[in-house]
Ligand binder design. Structure first.
Ligand code: IK2
Length: 423
């Protein structure tokens, strides 16, 4: 009895030492800074004001400010219902979904698809595609770095930082003209060491809404060829720039025509409204089929210890829609509908500001494209919008036009006018 209680005492004593040690393990962990984009939504949700407006995160809303599930998605879900098993997908994800997704980026009749020169895997949406590529870049080009536009989607910096690759920046936005700094961009391309990696937004640049023209893309592509640079396209908004996914793939097609070997991150978050399903695709165009097989196997090997294989449901929705001509047509109409509503809100916001007699030029609101409008406001003005008018904008200072509706555009214009009129 005495022996048992002595053993118990010793064990308790040992476990309390271990307990104390495990408690102290995390004592030095400080809270992480709030995400500059998703943190805005948290603040918006916590605000009880009936006037509040969320133009922070780039998530499409209908004209009543409500999230949208596309009709084509509803129809695909009806078809899938009952036929779905919950088995694992392969490490590279749904082959059918990937096949259809490549057609959107590389073209319906792409010779590269026919020749099996593209290494492609299903990814955890666009973020996952970028991260998988960054890890791949680190593993096979460990001494390389990535050139990132100024500004860019804030998470790009986190992604390449966590993949432990050095980052350089290149000129992109010209604050005075509120357009593209084409001269600065071309200089940076020319001055980067030969064979550098560049991150390019394929269309509807986030956060500026400023894209190069077709002619400018041709010049960029030419200069990339001269320098032997590698273009990694992040295409999170295909369809949101022009309303037509085919037109929005123009930059990629120009690079393909010019014989570049490129990488592409695709996402269905925005253009199919599948935000939380986390469905996308990473592809790397290779020299031949043998290389593509090798690259794909390495991408899968990177995925395996991270998340093993991607989720099945969103992939099945996408392959059902894109694999059926009627559903695909329905999708194309719905993408155009979303892009058109945003274009309409750009016009309405500009008109409202002009009607209020704003002395400033708001031309850039209708000139910029895609989901975002780089407002040209200062951090102080944006701060006033939030504090005095309950209008939530990300720290990038760009408005997500997807959150603007006929119901709130007047209120928004008035608030913007009030905080900018004395500038
Ligand atoms: N690339 C760009 C340029 C993006 O804007 C986004 C989406 N941004 O909005 C949501 C957010 O801030 O998280 C992505 C990639 C990634 O989108 P997803 O991973 O949702 O496909």
């Amino acid at each position: 009895m005495a022996l048992r209680s002595a053993i118990l005492k010793k064990a308790l004593c040992r476990s309390s030492v271990a307990g104390a040690r495990s408690m102290s393990l995390w004592r030095n962990v400080d809270p992480a800074p709030k995400d500059p984009i998703l943190g805005v939504t948290e603040a918006y949700l916590a605000d009880p004001s009936p006037d509040k407006v969320n133009v922070g995160v780039g998530a499409y809303r209908n004209d009543n400010g409500k999230p949208v599930v596309l009709e084509c998605v509803r129809a695909a879900e009806r078809r899938i219902a009952g036929n779905l098993n919950m088995e694992y997908l392969p490490m590279g994800g749904s082959v059918k979904m990937v096949e259809e997704t490549l057609k959107l980026a590389y073209g319906e009749n792409s010779e590269f698809i026919k020749d099996k020169r593209i290494a492609a895997v299903q990814s955890l949406s666009g973020t996952g595609a970028c991260r998988l590529f960054a890890d791949f870049q680190k593993r096979f080009c460990p001494d390389s770095q990535i050139y990132i536009p100024v500004p860019t989607w804030a998470n790009h910096h986190n992604i390449w930082r966590d993949a432990q690759l050095p980052q350089r920046t290149f000129h992109y936005y010209h604050p005075e003209s509120r357009g593209l700094d084409f001269a600065g961009l071309m200089d940076d391309i020319k001055n980067a060491p030969n064979g550098s990696f560049f991150l390019l937004h394929a269309c509807a640049h986030n956060p500026t809404g400023v894209d190069p023209s077709e002619e400018q893309w041709r010049e960029i592509s030419y200069q990339f060829k001269v320098k032997g640079h590698f273009a990694f396209f992040d295409m999170a908004y295909q369809g949101f720039a022009s309303g037509d996914p085919e037109r929005d793939a123009k930059a990629i097609r120009i690079f393909l025509e010019d014989g570049h070997l490129i990488g592409v991150a695709q996402s269905y978050a925005k253009n199919m409204g599948l935000y939380g399903q986390r469905v996308g695709c990473l592809s790397v165009l290779c020299e031949d089929e043998k290389q593509a097989v090798a690259v794909k196997s390495q991408l899968q090997q990177l995925a395996r210890p991270m998340y093993s294989n991607p989720p099945v449901h969103g992939a099945l929705i996408v392959s059902t829609i894109l694999g059926d001509p009627d559903l695909k047509n329905m999708w194309l109409k719905e993408v155009k509908g979303m892009a058109d509503r945003i274009i309409g809100m750009r016009t309405a916001l500009r008109e409202n500001l002009e009607k209020l007699g704003s002395p400033l030029s708001w031309e850039h609101i209708t000139k910029q494209i895609g989901m975002f409008c780089y407002s040209g406001m200062t951090p102080e003005q944006v701060d006033r919008l939030t504090k005095e008018y309950h209008i939530y904008i990300s720290l990038s200072l760009s408005l997500s036009m997807a959150g603007v509706t006929t119901g709130n555009v007047g209120y928004l214009a008035n608030a913007i006018h009030e905080v900018t009129k004395s500038a």
